[in-house]
Write a protein that binds this ligand. Structure first.
Ligand code: CS2
Ligand code: MG
Length: 423
């Protein structure tokens, strides 16, 4: 069998997605993969169309590991978000073809089920602790046993993971002029705008004051049966992260996510030595090599890599295997800005490995399901793998044309003194 064509489909059903469709010389047999990198979609699409696709034509799609090694090491320039997202799109499409040829769902090719469904968590948040509590109660009513809790940070204009706070905060802004030129538009625009929105006046001190109070409130009102998670989103320095992890200990979080920037791997020692709060890290990693120190020194408890940004199923399985002997569990990244076939790959890997921890999930809007059907089903607190052969996802190229690409960016963040901070 030979690969005859590689199509790169860019579409924007609510937000931008990049889909890879690999066609073969067997009539009707093709594979679908996701290669979406929020805010850099066209870079990935160009890497695929202009550089990678020509290398795949004529190859045997059965040889996934060889093609992976060829695209990762063989092409000399390696790694990073753009190339590893492109490689992930190819990898997912090739596993999809293999599953369709075997007429088996992917989890079966990966060794079969180790569990029935994958426990999952979703997002809750609010402008204050009471609003966040209400948001969590909504999720609990939908059957979620694991919920991520985020809250607005006082004086900040816009806060990661909190709906509605932006509007409230921007109304009260009295700081320096917002328009800094150079594309930094004034105030908290909608995420995905034609220019990056700017979250302003974000201060670690305000954040470190409000988060422990949030979890004190949530445990007081919701009790300790609900599993609670929180995403620091890489915004603290080592000693601030250590202090937060320690102050959150009494509230028994399921995990505290991304307390530090990916550049600060060694500094996880400071956080680890300060508390027993479980730590999750990894959505900004792009290869198994970035996981090694954190695994070997037992500095984290959950690995949060994004299967769509790390080279796909081929690499994710290796990361899960590397983590297993250290008792580290998986918690693959699963937000709304990666496509349905990556979410499907998440669950196929989750239900076929021994060291699964938890799976992040989102409900996709109808327009996404129209263009890219096949996302995993949510039921009773768990995600259930698509039982169709392969990944079970498809792409409707005609429907995709209805939603043309629109340039979009992730937000940026500035502190009270106007300096750049991690979003
Ligand atoms: C977040 C993501 O879900 C998460 O854990 O960190 O939503 C992240 O902000 C986006 O995927 C960035 O593209
Ligand atoms: Mg995160």
């Amino acid at each position: 069998m030979k690969i005859t064509d590689v199509r790169v489909i860019i579409t924007c059903p609510g937000r931008n997605y990049v889909v890879v469709k690999i066609l073969t010389d067997e009539p009707g047999l093709y594979g679908v993969g996701d290669a979406t990198l929020n805010g850099r979609e066209l870079s990935v699409a160009s890497a695929l169309k202009d550089h990678i696709a020509p290398l795949l034509i004529g190859r045997d799609p059965d040889r996934i590991e060889d093609i992976w090694q060829y695209l990762f090491r063989g092409t000399y320039w390696r790694g990073g978000p753009v190339l590893m997202t492109a490689l992930a799109g190819v990898d997912l499409a090739l596993w999809d073809i293999k599953g369709k040829r075997a007429n088996l769902p992917l989890y079966s090719l990966l060794g079969g089920k180790t569990r029935e469904g994958a426990w999952c968590y979703t997002h809750a948040g609010g402008r204050d602790a009471v609003a966040c509590e209400d948001s969590i109660r909504e999720k609990m009513a939908q059957g979620f046993r694991f919920v991520r809790a985020q809250v607005a940070v006082p004086e900040a204009i816009g806060t990661y993971g909190v709906g509605g706070a932006k509007e409230a905060a921007s109304a009260t802004w009295s700081g320096p002029p917002l328009d800094k030129g150079g594309g930094e538009a004034a105030g908290p625009l909608a995420q995905g705008g034609a220019l990056p929105s700017v979250e302003l006046n974000w201060e670690p001190a305000n954040y470190l004051r409000v988060v422990p109070k949030l979890f004190a409130h949530l445990r007081d009102k919701l009790g300790d049966e609900i599993e609670l998670l929180h995403d620091v989103h890489e915004r603290l320095n080592p000693i601030q992260a250590a202090r937060l992890a320690k102050e959150l200990e009494p509230f028994k979080l399921f995990f505290l996510e991304d307390p530090l920037r990916p550049e600060h791997k060694e500094s996880f020692r400071v956080v680890r030595h300060a508390s027993t709060t479980p730590i999750a890290m990894g959505e900004l990693f792009h290869s198994k090599y970035e996981c090694l120190t954190l695994f070997q020194e037992q500095l984290i408890d959950f690995i949060r890599c994004d299967i769509g940004h790390i080279g796909g199923v081929t690499e994710a399985r290796k990361i899960a295997a590397l983590a297993e002997p250290y008792g580290i569990q998986t918690a693959w990244h699963g937000p709304g800005d990666i496509g349905p076939s990556t979410h499907s790959a998440n669950v196929h890997v989750d239900v076929s490995i021994p060291n699964f921890g938890i799976q992040e999930m989102v409900h996709f809007p109808e327009a996404v399901n129209e263009v890219m059907p096949g996302a995993p089903e949510y039921r009773d607190g768990r995600l259930w793998p698509n039982e169709a052969p392969g990944l079970g996802c498809d792409v409707d190229e005609e429907a995709a044309k209805k939603y043309p690409y629109k340039r979009g960016y992730l937000p940026t963040t500035r502190r009270a003194d106007g300096s750049v901070h991690d979003w």
